[in-house]
Design a protein around this ligand. Structure first.
Ligand SMILES: Cc1cc2nc3c(=O)[nH]c(=O)nc-3n(C[C@H](O)[C@H](O)[C@H](O)COP(=O)(O)OP(=O)(O)OC[C@H]3O[C@@H](n4cnc5c(N)ncnc54)[C@H](O)[C@@H]3O)c2cc1C
Length: 410
């Protein structure tokens, strides 16, 4: 009997890393990687940062060299959408009518931007950012306009805002909450980002919502806010978050909540289907059940565990969530997991005014998350503090004279 291939659905970062991990871990059987985009797998963070700013080449975004897939005997099927997975017959159905039988399947379908359905939202000049061509279109737009309206003060909206300001474009950000990023960071650090952008001349309209877009002969011309304010703009970028692509998983009868539910080995409710990246809602040995994050590092690191599970191994995914951003001259890294209203205090080490500091979120006197802003090479001690689960002496934690590695020392 011929061996059924291992199939990976979704050729983003998690899919590409899944193929790499399977080969690295010794899988020599047939391997199919199916993705609906025309480009081979690439990383998305540059699309709102260096690539958008024209500081990085397109090639730098790709996960592997063009020849890597053939060299590793990976049957890469681009521009091909999977429309159905039948776990009973172990069959994947493609939109071109082709079918593939699988032995094991890795599902890594990622996310899609949430869309606005307001009047005018379909007009020319209203952009979303998820894919390479989106970034190309926004880059070309920034080179030719004077006024940009950004809807949504999340990570992507603010990174595009920074890129637009660097291109000399006037920017207004409209955000429904009282501060940008208040959801992922809480009000203390959200204020740091709000100040950063106002200092760079961005008009921040908080607690505001777009009611409709105005449209002229050349496309979108502005927006009317819920309070009646009219804003003029030559283009709009909508960054109101992303939703995981769960249709295939749900159609296959897998257990789905905010993502595809998995155990710590990233195995779904079907023993032959594993999950990685944005869509995985996984049990985490340290953080508890049902952890789903839309982070680059997750898509980078989870596939090695998913591959191990496909090969019968018992590795578990226990990395702490990690996120980074670059805006103007602010670079930051974030370790851990914090939700608004789910911590007691934020304390600082370093100079917040100068935007050179580490902030720590505390719950019950323990560090649950840490963010280093323009301070580097502190990821390991921050992670160690979170992992220890021990109460910290705040005076030592915030004293730059005490090495972070020694904070728990005495
Ligand atoms: C502009 C931008 C900037 C970002 N910046 C950061 C950052 O600074 N730091 C950070 O931590 N994270 C960042 N992220 C998030 C990070 O990129 C994602 O978490 C990561 O891409 C998730 O990888 P993934 O492989 O799970 O999903 P994706 O990258 O979404 O890849 C999934 C792939 O599967 C394809 N697919 C979906 N359904 C099907 C189907 N039925 N058939 C075939 N193919 C299918 C999709 O088209 C896509 O190509 C950013 C995201 C964006 C969009």
């Amino acid at each position: 009997m011929t061996e059924q291939p291992f199939v990976i659905v979704g050729a983003g970062l998690a899919g590409a890393k899944g193929a790499e991990a399977l080969r690295d871990q010794g899988y020599t059987g047939p391997l199919v990687l199916i993705g609906d985009e025309p480009d081979r797998p690439y990383e998305r963070p540059p699309l709102s940062k260096d690539y958008l700013l024209g500081k990085a080449e397109r090639d730098a975004a790709f996960v592997h060299d063009e020849g890597w897939y053939a060299e590793h005997d990976v049957d890469l099927r681009l521009g091909t959408r999977v429309i159905e997975i039948d776990p009973r017959t172990h069959t994947v159905v493609q939109d071109d009518g082709g079918t593939v039988r699988y032995g094991k399947l890795l599902l890594a379908t990622g996310s899609s931007p949430r869309r606005l359905t307001l009047p005018g939202a379909d007009a020319d000049g209203v952009h979303y950012l998820r894919k390479l061509p989106d970034s190309d279109a926004i880059k070309a737009t920034l080179a030719s306009i004077q006024r940009l309206l950004v809807v949504g003060g999340g990570w992507i909206g603010l990174e595009i805002t920074a890129a637009a300001r660097e291109a000399g474009v006037e920017v207004t950000v409209v955000e429904s909450q009282e501060l940008p990023l208040i959801g992922p960071l809480g009000p203390e650090l959200a204020t740091v980002f709000a100040t950063l952008h106002t200092e760079h001349g961005v008009r921040m309209r908080m607690r505001s919502g777009v009611e409709r877009f105005t449209v002229g002969a050349d496309g979108v011309s502005g927006a009317v806010l819920a309070d009646g304010t009219r804003l003029e703009a030559d283009a709009v970028v909508v960054g109101i978050g992303a939703a995981p692509n769960l249709q295939l998983a749900a159609g296959a009868g897998l257990r789905v909540r905010s993502g595809v539910v998995t155990d710590a080995r990233l195995q779904s409710s079907d023993p032959d289907i594993v999950v990685a990246g944005d869509i995985a809602e996984a049990d985490h040995p340290l953080l508890g059940p049902g952890i789903r994050v839309e982070h680059w590092a997750n898509a980078l690191n989870q596939p090695a565990v998913a591959a191990s599970t496909m090969l019968g191994g018992d590795a578990v995914y226990d990395e702490l969530p990690y996120f980074f951003t670059d805006q103007y001259d602010l670079g930051m890294e974030f370790h851990g997991l914090v939700r608004q209203d789910d911590y007691d205090d934020v304390v600082y080490r370093g100079d917040v005014e100068a935007r050179e500091f580490v902030s720590f979120w505390l719950r019950d006197g323990r560090v649950v998350a840490g963010m280093n802003v323009n301070v580097w090479d502190v990821g390991e001690p921050i992670k160690a503090l979170i992992r220890s689960g021990e109460p910290v002496d705040v005076a030592r934690l915030t004293d730059t004279g005490v090495p972070l590695e020694d904070v728990l020392g005495s």
